[in-house]
Design a protein. Structure first.
Length: 312
């Protein structure tokens, strides 16, 4: 018999189709009455395939008495209470590594677009301003600038390699020093002070909530740029908005926001911000690879084999 799982949200179409084919899948996102949904299937469900920010805590885990595994689509597991899962001996998996290069590409694109104001210059051309007003104003080069990487993990290292190819130099801050050739700063504010561009690549969750606060942005200063491809929760968003409005930092490139997909409309009026709708890993190839890894973790678990990417 097929193992029974719950799909928490609509995700990558190919992944969803395979999950629904290989397992007996119950779609939580289709349920109009959640109580009736759980009453119908909870006693038999052995796995959760999680997509997006739906909180998965002890209350939800306890509603599924036979739950054995939570397979997350994505690297970040900040929506899953890992302590609750560990306490209940529930395996949690994610999909690391397969998206490193794609996310790093997007990070470099955000640096380029933010410093060179490429989207703004395109809008200038499309509005007919090149002919009527003359050339677009000069912008800022990447070469010779210092990129401060806040969270030098696998993705952070891939970003650093790309930035160096553009002539940037690298600094970083982690909770612990790494064996890398880059200078280390002891805290985020010091890193921001020593950087021209502060790149946020840390995990989300309570430990990093508003890690980039007013002190950090003040240290970054009026000639510094912030780029965030981590989680919106890592940045104090109202403070960032104010610093951009008041030109207390030079600009920001953002792929993530605190309450996605609801972005504060005040961001849309800024000429010193480049905004992406959380697309860092959003390519056909990468999303397929993420889904394949999520599926394989479920396959292996229900076949009695070790999963490939266990978090807890």
């Amino acid at each position: 018999m097929k193992a029974e799982i719950i799909l928490t949200a609509k995700g990558h179409a190919g992944t969803m189709a395979t999950l629904q084919s290989e397992f007996t899948a119950h779609n939580l996102f289709d349920a109009q009455n959640k109580d009736a949904f759980f009453e119908k299937c909870a006693a038999r469900v052995r796995g959760l395939a999680t997509f997006g920010p739906l909180p998965v805590d002890g209350k939800l885990m306890d509603a599924l008495p036979k739950l054995e595994i939570i397979a997350n689509f994505g690297v970040g597991v900040d929506a899953i209470n890992l302590a609750d899962a560990k306490q209940r001996n529930i395996i949690v998996t994610n999909t690391p590594d397969v998206l490193n290069e794609c996310v790093a590409d997007t990070a470099l694109a955000l640096i380029l677009n933010t410093l060179r104001k490429l989207p703004q210059s395109e809008n200038y051309l499309r509005a007919g301003n090149w002919a009527s007003r003359g050339p677009y104003p000069l912008t800022t080069s990447l070469g010779g600038k210092v990129l401060g990487v806040l969270g030098l993990g696998r993705i952070g290292e891939a970003i650093a390699k790309r930035a160096m190819a553009c002539g940037m130099t690298i600094r970083y801050h982690n909770r612990n020093k790494k064996d890398v050739p880059y200078p280390y700063d002891p805290d985020p504010a010091t890193l921001a002070k020593n950087s021209d561009v502060l790149m946020v690549v840390t995990p989300g969750g309570s430990e990093t909530a508003k890690l980039v606060n007013e002190k950090v942005l003040q240290a970054l200063g009026p000639e510094g740029y912030l780029v965030n491809i981590a989680r919106g929760s890592v940045v104090d968003e109202p403070v960032l908005l104010r610093y951009l409005q008041e030109k207390k930092i030079a600009g920001a490139g953002l792929d993530v926001f605190a309450d996605e997909p609801r972005v504060p409309p005040a961001f849309f009026t800024l000429d010193n911000a480049v905004l992406f709708p959380h697309v860092a890993s959003a390519t056909v190839e990468t999303r397929k690879a993420m889904g394949d890894l999520q599926i394989e973790n479920l396959r292996r678990h229900f076949a009695g084999k070790p999963v490939l990417t266990r978090v807890v």
